[in-house]
Design a protein around this ligand. Sequence first.
Ligand code: UT7
Length: 323
Amino acid sequence: MPIRSRIVGCGAYLPSRVVSNDELATRVDTSDEWIQQRTGIRQRHMAADGEKTSDLALAAGRAALANAGMKPEELDLIVLATTTPDNTFPATATKVQAALGMTGGAAFDVQAVCAGFIFALSVADNFLRVGQARTALVIGAETFTRLLDWKDRGTCVLFGDGAGAVVLKADPDATPQSRGILSSHLHTDGRTYDLLYVDGGPSTTGTTGHVRMDGQGVFRHAVGKLAAAVDEALAANGIKPEEIDWLVPHQANQRIIDGMAKKLGMGPAKVVSTVARHANTSAASIPLALAEAAGDGRLQPGQIVLLEGIGGGLAWGSCLVRW
Ligand code: UT7
């Protein structure tokens, strides 16, 4: 029997400070009207001074473990997706490992920016499928606002901080109808580097740098590339778009989310959208949305849930789950 990775718990953490569009408009030349019209964003959460990515990740990870009814010592693996690590090294995942009191197994970071959670989930799923781990904590955590240039209104209004996590458990006796991750499909195209990057880093400037984005350029790629990754997922599983119960997309822009829903013929009632309240939290956006929709009972066992996301690299992908 093939092994399948089942999602057995979800958790989330948002920093307490909420920053409205109106507050941003006192710092940069923007308006609540522009931000809402172009993106759907109304507010974002921002980490407090001294609050690090590992703090956010730990809180979300603990919540996911509690939701799964599991203890840290039952974990074999932590995979943490982040673009904003506490330090250049070691991996932020190792800080979470230590803080959880987990002394065995392995913990490492994955970097695929806004597609990070899809990549991390796929990596952990593969560890479980080949039997190299039986359980995994997969976290997306970002203090993305630390990378923003507050003089660039084209980017600084778009992002927020937060963390979300899921716990995976291997089901060694899976049948085709079993719950769990059905497939994931990952892509990158390094030729599109210039569309979205940070202009710093240890081996270029020795500084952290700031986000630089050609917003329209990213937008032009987004729906087409995501739709192709979704088509791949559906074809690999012999599933039709109308069989998808929930779309849980990366939360960058409501217009991109609506474009994907339209392509799939899905009404807004089947789409989990948190972008208005969270803004774009990069690798954290999908697990934050999952934790919300699982927590309020929208996601029900056996339903087909489609995850997708795109970000810097460009890196993009999809993941199909029987919840
Ligand atoms: O998760 C990672 C992936 N990132 C994305 O998915 C982002 C994809 N792109 C987008 O979401 C959109 O392109 C943006 C929200 C970034 C921008 O929306 P847009 O409709 O593409 O606007 P634009 O860049 O074409 O700018 C239109 C106008 C410009 O003014 P002019 O040249 O027409 O006079 C900008 O200077 O809006 C101006 N503008 C602003 N105005 C008020 C740009 N940013 C702002 C702002 N407030 N914050």
